[in-house]
Design a protein. Structure first.
Lengths: 880, 103
């Protein structure tokens, strides 16, 4: 039997129970007989799918016997469901509006939850049972974080018996010599038992094992194998130079495998490309003298330890054992130290406060949209319940208990929420696939996400249905039957008004925040206009990847500058510890007049190599700039910005005075101020304009950016920079290369995302608020027909009626606007750190949003107002 | 007016039965109507007594080792109905492929 035939008969068989009992056997045999005789194919499936209409036809012709006494339990619920389905399909407009409102909100929250799920709840891809894995580290005052040393790894491995095995890893940045262009990547140096402790199996080839020793082997990520070699299988046996050392690809890690921890979020999340044995680390990495000061995990000596608990051993038992084992302490250190074990938990991050904040933000905003959707649906439900008040009164006078009617109405709202939820889940299958680019681990719609969506549906269904249901069944029986009109906007509809006010307020909140962020963005684009960034390019690199000694690194930087400055079209070049527009470490200084507890003060600025003042485009307003002579040896002169010159409060002219300077340490070098530069926000997007510059570096930095100022378009110099760097060392990867404007755009990208995200949500929310306003106004016009007819009879003109309705709408919009404005001002105050040079009460953002709101309010009211104006008083009054 | 109202599609299906298309799926093939239309129409026609249905012979079904098929035939009332309808809606007849005659 073909697949389509089998599927078709499955479809038909599932429908059999719904056929009325007398004709069930015949129906079944007839359909199965036809399917059996038919030719297989897609057409057959369509026909089988159409059989439900035949079921309905059979039911219509042979109605189920009417029940005589009210039946409770399952049968009663089935009847209720049928009644509810009929009720909601009777007012398709209402259903459509409510479903649209809710599905946007549910889709937003479901998508956000799937991200949270991937980060905090789902087990790690490619790792077997991560709940049995723990981190082991030494806690000590002098140590700070949770890092362990190589020696303590051996120590814990020997002494902790609660583990079936203990492994170690460290994450480092490396230069990967992929075919074509060397690139910077993330590598994990792992102990040989790493993959066996994690329970990972290879997608192709084999993973690292104890027997490998110091063989130059490497395991690459699935993505790496696919993008460079086409498929995992094709990657096996290929050679990848890592920091100049050729390694053979032994295997490919499973898809999405990231190990047990990821640093960074979003696009900057470090997804490792390769896993190399720790035994190769001395060959791969430069020895670093200043390990402790740098506290960076990338030195290859500080490692993270992960153990798998022995079967039957609880975390508490393991912790108790760890507490009894004396930790390994380097000689010469004092103070309390102890071994600690923490469960690895799920997800690729430590569950720190940072992740919690991101998660809170990610869920918070969709929840606001969901709340608006809920308010909207409640509004529509209220209006509809009022329209059905006669029907409900009939039900009650026929003896239906209030509880039954409330249950009925709740069932209707749950069904609406269910339809919206189904659409939302289908939509979030698509939206979560969009998330994948931003997430270190995949975030599919799994059972947790589905359960979350179901919970959201139940809660929203009850939330927007309960109040209207209770209200609709309250009060006396006869009033609605009499249909006496004129119960307009008093008391009863205050709730409705409140809902409109709150959703207008919420959409205003989102829109104003979006406005503030885009104003911030505007300001950020203005940054640097004082110093002309339009002719600046920069490239960043890290010489420590290639194990350069300080002397060789310094020579490289000098050669690079010399070659760049010799290039036609280049005005000036400089080697700077930081990239344009990113935060700088700055300098410390001490004047002769210094007072205060701390013996020095801090300022922005720096001591770059080469002609920085010219390259950065700084203007010297007084005194002189640096000369070639100044740039030789230890700095003897300095330039200060106008603001710093004022802040130093030197007696008399600052030019010619002497101060002590240093780079982050206590200032020891005496320099003479030879000039003053114009104020510019120099380094970071939010930096203060105080700055000091020295003509030559105080120390060597292996990580640096080279800034190049050009005569023409800076984009034209980019290939030349790459070419020169490659001539100097072909193994060196360029970390980032671009014009200063592109660096600025990268730096402001998070704000741009926030602004556009808020703006989109705000617009959606405003659209929903508009729909809600429309619903309420339509309802008002309908329920005040009688009153308005009387008004017309008494001489009111159509214009008076429409202005009555518009006035009503404006009266609802204004308090919402005010409330939203106040909320936005409060929220902006909280988010002030991210608003650059924009006041939390920005008139342009507020004014623009208010105008937008008024336009939407009037548009939403137009149709109901026109309906009011066209009212025929005679016909209306006759109907009463 | 005592005769029940029939839709165009029901007439179309009746027409197909009259032309000798006996089984539900054959009627679909002939009329190009979906199953969700043809079967409800057949149920209605049967309830009005315009068509009657019976199982095909057991032996034939056993020969192909499959469930029996239900075949439909026009009743006398159905034939009368069709004559009235054909004179009223000539278009329905014209819609039908002529060469489909078989019995």
């Amino acid at each position: 039997m073909s697949v389509t035939k089998r599927l078709a008969s499955v479809i038909v068989r599932t429908l059999v129970p719904f056929v009325p009992a007398p004709s069930r056997a015949r129906w079944r045999e007839e359909w199965l007989g036809e399917i059996d005789a038919a030719a297989p194919g897609r057409e057959l499936l369509w026909r089988a799918c159409g059989s439900w209409r035949d079921v309905l036809a059979c039911r219509r012709l042979m109605p189920a016997p009417r029940r005589e006494t009210p039946v409770f339990g399952l049968r009663g619920i089935a009847d209720d469901v049928r009644y509810s389905a009929r009720a909601i399909s009777r007012s398709p407009g209402f259903t459509l509006a409510a479903v649209a409102s809710l599905s946007i909100g549910i889709a937003a929250t479901t998508t956000a939850f799937s991200a949270v799920n991937a980060l905090l709840l789902r087990s790690l891809p490619g790792v077997a049972d991560s709940t049995r894995l723990v981190h082991v580290f030494t806690v000590a005052a002098w140590l700070g974080g949770g890092m362990s040393s190589e020696r303590s790894y051996q120590h814990y491995k020997d002494s902790l018996t609660s583990f079936s095995d203990l492994t170690a890893y460290s994450t480092v940045e490396v230069a990967i010599g992929t075919p074509g262009e060397p690139a910077v990547g993330t590598a994990v140096l792992v102990a040989p038992n790493y993959f066996s402790v994690l329970g990972t199996t290879a997608a192709a080839g084999r993973l690292l094992q104890e027997a490998d020793g110091t063989q130059p082997l490497v395991v690459v990520s699935h993505d790496f194998a696919v993008s460079h070699f086409g498929s995992p299988a094709a990657a096996i046996g290929q050679v990848v130079p890592v920091n100049g050392l050729p390694l053979d690809i032994a295997g490919v890690a499973p898809r999405s495998f990231v190990g047990v921890r990821v640093t960074g979020l979003g696009e900057s999340a470090s997804r490792p490309q390769l896993w190399a044995p720790r035994s190769l680390r001395t060959m791969l990495l430069a020895p670093r003298a200043d390990l402790i000061n740098r506290s960076a995990p990338g030195d290859g000596t500080w490692i993270s330890l992960v153990g798998r608990l022995r079967p039957g051993v609880s975390i508490a038992q393991a912790q108790a054992q760890a507490a009894s084992v004396p930790p390994h302490i380097p000689s010469g250190t004092r103070g309390e130290a102890r071994a600690q074990i923490t469960p690895l938990g799920r997800g690729p991050y430590d569950s720190t406060a940072d992740v919690a904040i991101v998660v809170g933000l990610a869920l918070g905003i969709p929840f606001i949209v969901l709340a608006i959707g809920c308010a909207n649906a409640a509004n529509l439900q209220l209006a509809r319940a009022a329209r059905r008040s006669a029907e409900i009164a009939v039900m009650r006078s026929l003896g239906a208990p209030r509880g039954a009617i409330v249950r009925q109405l709740l069932l209707e709202s749950l069904m609406v929420a269910g339809i919206a939820g189904t659409l939302a889940v289908l939509g979030s299958v698509w939206t979560t696939s969009l998330l994948d680019g931003f997430m270190p681990v995949p975030s599919p719609v799994d059972w947790r996400v589905l359960a979350f969506a179901l919970g959201t549906v139940l809660i929203t269904g009850v939330a927007f249905g309960i109040v209207p249901a209770l209200r609709a069944t309250r009060g006396d029986l006869t009033a609605p039957l009499k249909d006496s009109a004129g119960t307009a906007l008093h008391g009863r509809s205050r709730l409705r008004g409140g809902l409109i006010v709150s959703q207008v307020a919420l959409s205003i909140l989102l829109l104003v925040l979006a406005g503030l962020f885009s104003r911030t963005l505007q300001r950020l684009h203005g940054v640097g206009s004082e110093r002309d960034v339009s002719h600046l390019a920069a490239a960043s690199m890290d010489l420590s990847l290639l194990k350069y000694s300080d002397a060789r690194g310094r020579q490289f930087q000098k050669d690079l500058l010399a070659r760049l400055e010799a290039t036609p079209g280049v005005v000036a070049a400089s080697v700077v510890p930081v990239a344009p527009f990113s935060r700088a470490p700055g300098l410390t200084y001490r004047t002769a007049q210094h007072t205060g507890r701390i013996p020095y003060r801090y300022t922005n600025g720096g001591a770059p190599l080469g002609r920085f003042i010219e390259a950065a485009g700084l203007r010297v307003v007084r005194g002189r700039g640096f000369t070639e002579e100044d740039r030789q040896g230890i700095p003897k002169v300095a330039l200060v910005s106008e603001t710093l010159a004022r802040q130093m409060a030197l007696p008399g002219d600052p030019v010619g005075q002497r101060v002590l300077v240093g780079d982050g340490d206590i200032p020891k070098i005496e320099v003479e101020i030879v000039g003053i530069t114009a104020d510019v926000p120099l380094w970071a997007v939010r930096a203060d304009p105080q700055a000091m510059f020295l003509p030559s570096p105080l120390s060597y930095d292996a990580r640096f950016s080279v800034w190049v100022r050009t005569h023409n378009d800076p984009a034209l110099i980019l290939p030349t920079i790459r070419e020169i760097a490659r001539e100097l060392d072909p193994r060196l990867p360029m970390q980032r290369l671009g014009t200063a404007e592109s660096w600025r755009d990268d730096e402001t990208a998070p704000i741009r995302w926030i602004a556009s995200g808020l703006g989109l949500m705000g617009l959606l929310a405003l659209l929903l608020a508009g729909a809600g306003l429309y619903a309420v106004m339509s309802y008002l016009v309908a329920s005040r027909r009688h009153e308005m007819a009387v008004r017309v009879a008494l001489g009111a003109r159509p214009r008076d009626l429409s202005s009555l309705i518009v006035g009503q709408a404006v009266r609802l919009a204004i308090p919402g606007l005010v409330l939203g404005g106040v909320l936005a001002a409060g929220a902006a105050r909280v988010a002030r750190a991210m608003l650059f040079g924009v006041s939390p009460v920005d008139p342009l953002a507020l004014g623009g949003v208010s105008l937008l709101l008024l336009v939407v309010a009037i548009a939403a009211t137009l149709a109901p107002a026109l309906r009011a104006a066209r009212l025929d008083p005679l016909a209306t009054l006759r109907r009463q | 007016m005592s005769e029940p109202a029939l839709s165009y599609t029901a007439l179309f299906v009746l027409q197909a039965v009259a032309r000798g298309y006996r089984f539900g799926f054959d009627i679909m093939d002939a009329t190009q109507l979906p199953s969700g239309t043809v079967y409800p129409a057949l149920r209605r026609l049967e309830s009005f007594g315009f068509v009657e249905s019976a199982w095909e012979e057991d032996a034939r079904a056993r020969k192909h080792a499959r469930p029996r098929r239900r075949n439909y035939q026009l009743t006398a009332a159905g034939r009368r109905m069709l004559t009235v309808a054909n004179s009223r809606y000539r278009a329905v007849q014209a819609l039908f492929p002529q060469k489909a005659e078989r019995s």
